[in-house]
Design a protein around this ligand. Structure first.
Ligand code: RNT
Ligand code: ZN
Length: 417
């Protein structure tokens, strides 16, 4: 079947595939720099393990060890991705020049100048994350610490990150989503669950008291259910993060990571629930397996369902900030980036070529038998042709044509590291 034939099939359902392709081209999806180097960053000892309730496993060859290597790898990956990429950086990816080094509470916009140059040269926007982990002062609680000095250090880090986010947004002319996530929590039964939460709330208040333009900087609060080493208690739980965002709607938005809920909960259902109240929300798209495992995003049912909700709820018009968040060190990292990014693009495109209005009408008219039939029939529509056309029009390889490029890059570049 050709694209023209596929287009006609969709047109018979009232779907304009050309319009869907055009629409998707301008939707930013944030690409996490941390898949390229197993979340190590450049500001701490690279031999030290990742801390803060997250972990990478695997030692596939070719991890990026320097900013230059990471940038080269990002370029290779981005060249295989259709759609609009936005870069997503962590504070730990600061680039120090001339032997200088600054601790997290002293980071300045100039430490990200090289990233700004990188983004400008490629027309990319940039999102940002304070890094409250993998640091000597992050061995226990951070923003919720009972130790005022530790807490102040991390508050100062958060404030520095607000200034850096404002700088990124101003320089690149695209809003910067700045996500606050800490791994703060306890391994075993707490004696005080509320104290750390009150301190966390006050610490975020202080961070967000740093002046910024809410049109340019979008601070987010990301919740989590548990992490490695903090199995019993997470300070920034779902209720905590959501309540904070709800009561501070003029300065922050909630962020849901679909690896951060109990296994039978689905973020797809939470998207419309939150959009009924919040003008904007943010997502980390990942793939949980049994727990927060941060596997590469596949084109699975929940990824498709998440993207359907984004599209149907008007999320593409800026209300939903989409970012990827996973890290697999056991496979080729360029491939991991490309597979996950392309799968989110596929799921979004599939949602865009779904006759959403007609299906909604069936629901509203109570025609549930037909609704089931139509929804099931969508699954065997010739979507592959529309996807291939989208890749061609975006100037990137179709499925079946990009993996050999990754293999060549592995031989020529990655294996020599
Ligand atoms: C961890 C959170 C968080 C991190 C990144 C690196 O469980 O999902 O978003 O993955 O900040
Ligand atoms: Zn996340």
């Amino acid at each position: 079947m050709s694209y023209t034939e596929a287009k006609a099939k969709y047109a018979a359902l009232g779907v304009d595939t050309d319009a869907a392709i055009e629409r998707l081209k301008s939707v930013p999806v944030s690409l996490h720099c941390w898949q390229g180097d197993d979340v190590r960053g450049f500001d701490t000892d690279p031999t030290k393990p990742l801390t803060g309730g997250i972990q990478t496993t695997g030692n596939y060859p070719g991890r990026a060890r320097t900013p230059e290597e990471l940038m080269t790898d990002l370029d290779r990956a981005i060249s295989l991705m259709p759609g609009k990429v936005k870069l997503n950086l962590h504070a730990s990816y600061a680039i120090f020049e001339d032997g200088e080094w600054a601790d997290r509470d002293r980071l300045e916009p100039r430490h990200f100048r090289k990233w700004v140059d990188f983004c400008k040269a490629r027309g990319l926007g940039c999102d940002f994350n304070p890094t409250f982990f993998s640091h000597p002062k992050a061995s226990g609680l951070t923003l919720s610490s009972p130790d005022p000095e530790i807490r102040q250090f991390w508050i100062d880090h958060g404030k520095a990150c607000i200034r850096i986010s404002q700088y990124l947004a101003e320089e690149l002319g695209e809003p910067c989503v700045m996500n606050i996530w800490t791994g703060d929590g306890l391994k075993d039964v707490p004696a005080d669950r509320m104290g750390p939460r009150v301190r966390y709330r006050e610490a975020i208040d202080e961070i967000l008291s740093e002046p910024f333009d809410f049109n340019l900087v979008k601070p987010c609060i990301e919740s989590k259910v548990f992490g490695i080493g903090v199995e019993a208690y997470t300070v920034g739980s779902a209720e905590f993060a959501l309540s904070y965002a709800a009561l501070n709607r003029d300065r922050c938005i909630p962020l849901m990571d679909n690896g951060h809920y109990h296994p039978t909960e689905v973020v797809s259902d939470k998207i419309p629930a939150l959009l009924a109240f919040f003008p904007e929300i943010a997502l980390h798209v990942t793939r949980p397996i049994r727990w927060d495992s941060d596997h590469v995003v596949l084109l699975d049912d929940e990824t498709r369902e998440i993207c359907k909700e984004i599209v149907r709820c008007g999320g593409l018009e800026g209300r939903v900030k989409i970012a990827l968040d996973y890290f697999d060190a056991s496979i080729n990292r360029i491939s991991a980036w490309v597979v996950g990014f392309r799968n989110v693009q596929k799921a979004l495109l599939a949602a865009l070529v779904t006759p959403n209005d007609a299906l909604r009408q069936l629901q509203d008219e109570g025609r549930f038998t037909e609704l089931m039939v139509r929804q099931e029939e969508m699954k065997t529509m010739p979507f592959g042709e529309v996807w291939a056309e989208y890749c061609r029009r975006s100037g990137v390889p179709e499925d079946g044509q990009w993996f050999s490029e990754v293999c060549a890059y592995e031989d020529e570049v990655l294996c020599k590291r």
